[in-house]
Design a protein around this ligand. Structure first.
Ligand code: ADP
Ligand code: MG
Ligand code: ZN
Length: 481
């Protein structure tokens, strides 16, 4: 007999907050600084020093809470979580345990069929990051403490995700939110946005959860998906083979495409949590929350809806533009300069994004004003769409304005009837065979003749004037037969 299983997944996401300074000291947080440069007695864990809370990090945590609909606790508490590891010089991590700054909340995720679902959040707490261990080929391990004390928020979801695909949808939605809020750069390569996945399976229809394992060490969305899929299958295999799942922490091995045991799972009591005696309770006033709320950035979902509603874009286009914060400002600046949102969106998504990475669009050779002007020149029929591509190429490679390119290269569209007629007549004279076939009913040849006119004129003729002129000079083709 074979039972059908269902997966149960909960994610714990660590976001490095984009503060200038660390959580409890004034050390800078820049990534890639020389090893152990960004350190001081506080983040090195020297005895006799006192942590001082970075208020900018608290503001960022509150922003996350506002965006995710969390309850913001008026009085929260920092705790010490004890464990020994070489990259944790104090021997404990300052985190929040019993009374985190944020509780409950929800994140709306979009599934592949376009449906939306809200995934519950259990809690979000503030904590400090640990340093980094660098394992050398020689077998030695070096320690870099630049990251020690970097502020984090840990966002813990309810076990409400049911597949690897849903887990990735959740992760992408969260990634977008923190980037839009400007509280995390979201760089997964550099570890600014990291995720641990808790996975279990249960027979479909059973309410109780199975035993979970926690997977670490995934650093791409794709890695998360593969790791979870692998782990679900492994659980099912073990259970179907009559075995039991052991609660443990497992490492994802990207190259091997499998997870392997890292350590057995600690229970909370192993950490000997207790309130941090060197920090006062964190008190958050309503006034502070309200002033942050008043300056909160617009979230991607709301922005997407606005782009569809106010600019008449398709949901797909709105998604492309709002998927990258740097494109949003660019697009809106261009629309202010020339209010044809659809035209600008087309040029931006199909031409500019075809050539330039989304993040580099704002600093490319084509400014929002220049792109808007290009679309304006098409709209007022100064140039046609085909010539516009040539103009665009030159703008991109030289930084010239579209007007300058059009003037320098003589690309202005020819609409004048007489001038068009000259070219059309020339094409008719040069192609007697095609003309007579067209006249005897082979209507498809008109496209060929239009093409010839454009070719002869270097693409500068207005296509609809060419069409009308051809119709007039060729006369009506034979019909029927
Ligand atoms: P810990 O901090 O020890 O990892 P938590 O109770 O905070 O444990 O849970 C961590 C995550 O594990 C949460 O995201 C939660 O939703 C998820 N989780 C808890 N139980 C299960 C389970 N049986 N299967 C899958 N995920 C689970
Ligand atoms: Mg955990
Ligand atoms: Zn420091």
């Amino acid at each position: 007999m074979s039972i059908k299983f269902e997966a149960v997944i909960g994610l714990e996401v660590h976001c490095q907050l984009a503060t200038r300074e660390k959580l409890f000291c004034g050390c800078p947080t820049d990534f890639g600084a020389p090893i152990n440069r960004n350190t001081c007695p506080i983040c090195l864990g020297m005895p006799g020093v006192l942590p001082v809370l970075n208020e900018q990090a608290v503001d960022m945590a509150i922003r996350a809470g506002l965006a995710l609909g969390c309850e913001i606790r008026e009085r929260s508490v920092f705790s010490r979580k004890h464990y020994f590891y070489p990259d944790l010089p104090k021997g404990y991590q300052i985190t929040q345990y019993e009374r985190p700054i944020l509780e409950r909340g929800g994140l709306s995720i979009e599934l592949e069929d376009g449906q939306r679902r809200v995934i519950g959040l259990t809690r979000i707490h503030m904590e400090e990051d640990a340093g980094k261990s660098i394992h050398m080929d020689t077998g030695a391990t070096l320690i870099d403490l630049n990251r020690a004390g970097h502020p984090l928020i840990e966002i813990v979801s309810e076990p409400e995700l049911r597949s690897a695909v849903e887990a990735v949808a959740y992760l992408k939605a969260l990634h977008e939110v923190v980037r839009y809020l400007g509280i995390c750069d979201g760089n997964m390569d550099e570890g600014s946005f990291r995720c641990d996945a808790n996975v279990s399976v249960r027979p479909v229809g059973r309410a109780a959860f199975g035993t979970r394992t926690e997977i670490k060490n995934m650093n791409t969305f794709r890695g998360v998906q593969r790791a979870i899929d692998h782990e679900i299958l492994r659980h099912i295999d073990v259970i179907e083979g009559g075995g039991v799942i052991v609660q443990e922490t497992r490492l994802w091995d990207e190259a091997a495409g499998r997870t392997r045991t890292m350590r057995s799972k600690e229970d909370a009591h192993d950490y000997r949590y207790f309130p941090e005696p060197d920090l006062p309770h964190l008190i958050i006033s309503t006034a502070r929350i309200e002033s942050l709320r008043a300056t909160q950035a617009e979230l991607p979902l709301a922005m997407r809806e606005r782009f569809v509603r106010d600019y008449g874009l398709s949901a797909y286009d709105a998604g492309v533009l709002t998927g990258e914060p740097s494109l949003v400002a660019y697009f809106e600046a261009a629309v202010v300069a020339h209010p044809n949102p659809k035209g600008i969106c087309n040029w931006l998504t199909s031409e500019l994004l075809g050539r330039v990475d989304a993040a580099k669009v704002p600093t490319s050779n084509v400014s929002p004003g220049a792109l808007a002007r290009l679309v304006a020149l098409i709209d007022d029929e100064t140039i046609n769409g085909k010539i516009a591509k040539t103009v665009f190429e030159k703008m991109l490679s030289t930084g010239m304005s579209p007007d300058a390119v059009v003037d320098a290269d003589g690309l202005r569209q020819v609409k004048d009837g007489g001038a068009v007629e000259l070219v059309v007549q020339q094409v008719i004279d040069a192609n007697p065979n095609q003309v007579s076939q067209y006249r005897s009913g082979k209507l498809g040849l008109k496209g060929f003749l239009v093409g010839q006119c454009m070719k002869v004129s270097g693409g500068k003729l207005n296509p609809s004037v060419v069409n009308d002129t051809l119709d007039r000079l060729l006369g009506p083709p034979a019909t029927g037969g």
